[in-house]
Write a protein that binds this ligand. Sequence first.
Ligand code: NAD
Length: 540
Amino acid sequence: MRTVLVVSTRLTPARRAALQRLVEPEGRPEFAEPATAGPRMSGADVTAVLFDGVGASLDLAHVGPGVALVALGCGFNGAAPTKVEAPGEIVVRVTGHDDPRTRRIDAEFALVDAFAAVAVTDRSFLPVLTVTYHFVDHPAVVARGRAVVSGLGNTNEALADPRLATVLRRALRPSGATPTPPLGVGIVGYGPYGGMGFVHGTAVTATPGLELVAACDRDVDRRKAAESDFAGVRAHVSVEELAGDDAVDVAIVALPPVSHAEVAMALLRAEKHVVIEKPLCLAVADADALIAEATAGGRVLTVHQSRRWDQDFCAVRRAIDDGLLGTIFNVETFVGGFEHPCRAWHSEEAVSGGTAYDWGSHHVDWILQLFGSAPVSVTAIGHKRVWRDVTNLDQLRLRMQWGDGREAEFLSSDVTAIRPPKFYVQGTQGTLAGHYRAVAFERLDPALGYVREPAHHAEAPADLVLARYQTGSGVAETRLPLPPVQPFAFHRNLADHLLSGDPLAVTPGSSRQVVAVLEAATRSAAAGGAPVAVTPPPGR
Ligand SMILES: NC(=O)c1ccc[n+]([C@@H]2O[C@H](COP(=O)([O-])OP(=O)(O)OC[C@H]3O[C@@H](n4cnc5c(N)ncnc54)[C@H](O)[C@@H]3O)[C@@H](O)[C@H]2O)c1
């Protein structure tokens, strides 16, 4: 077990909790007084020492050679923070130095902190983060080898910021400063309909540390499309050929869902890390077999639950995390309208898995993310009344129950002419609703005149309204702002995980729970809405 020794002179209970949250993913935090910490620094289990607000002269005589050193609000010989400014919002920028600790971090982000500029007297300390304060650029975090000095993170709130926390956690890793080579990525399925092959190619190309080396499609036109979209990409005719390509470290499966399990298993057996498009697969037994194979082979398995980074979902999640709704007990989501179902494989049960799986793999994932666990049982009612030329149901209403009484519903419908809210979340202190808004592109065409092209209703973020109950006054309504777009966040995290050791955002276990719910819903709908228990993970 790795131990991170935390030596702090400003250890209030809140500071202790904030430092513990920061350190825990990197090892067991052990708190020590500056006067007595010295001998512990040479402990064989100690992989990092975090100094927090410790006076100017740090005694490093005892520190072992491979131990990472991070000073928060204090410094080492050659670099130390100066005056701590009043807390406020500042803008932090990643410098041009290619430091592994800042790879793939947002180039610029706002942070609320009590910032202290770092004064550097030893020029071998290079700035990795800067802050502009009173129109002057100041080093805010500097690094030399395994030693990092931070003038940021003086408030507990700032330590919880995901960008700053990631930089500091990487600094706490003994390997945090080691450069790593790029990983070769191969895309399996370069399709024309959803175009997910192209999406992945674009994302991989934009992500430092990932390099698109190959694509595979059984259709010759799609192979040609991949070669022309991404110069230098090797086009393979079969999954087997791509699996045998040694330049491919990571394979992204962008095939229709019915093929996910079999192809992903073959790629894992070929010792590739595997990304699977949503849904992970159609049967929970296959999900468990894939997870077992990945674990046994030491490979990363993850699912492109791309909509976890949608702006409206992120805003809903933030409102809940900030406690604005109190404790949530009911979540309802909707997708659809009244129009002919799409004519691609998405509408064919035998290929897509059925109505539950297509949008359900995003919506049920959202619901499980918001509740933090899977339901114990599911009921689903389907209707087949209007669209006879496709096999998917016209409508599926999926209801989920948790053991403690919480509930949720996902409604997918092609026969709903008036759309209910996309999100409807009830908590003990308020209610949040997210309404679809019609987005259309209008233009004047020289030949046709006025042209109006409606966009798919589910692509634009919903309008979010939060209504909170105020004792004695009633209900106050607020419109929630959307956070910035996070381009290619899934792929950035994939590279962060594989190359920098950061936590994986989409664990296969979380997507397995989604499949367990979707499979139970399909069985319930087939049985006329009878309750079906959700299969727990193996060993539970
Ligand atoms: N994350 C998202 O938001 C999102 C959006 C759309 C689609 N998807 C998912 O992406 C996946 C792909 O969807 P799409 O719309 O791009 O599909 P698509 O039908 O457009 O493309 C699939 C491609 O795979 C090829 N193919 C099929 N079987 C093959 C095989 N065994 N070997 C080699 N090539 C084969 C086909 O020729 C086709 O070109 C699906 O799982 C879908 O659910 C995810």
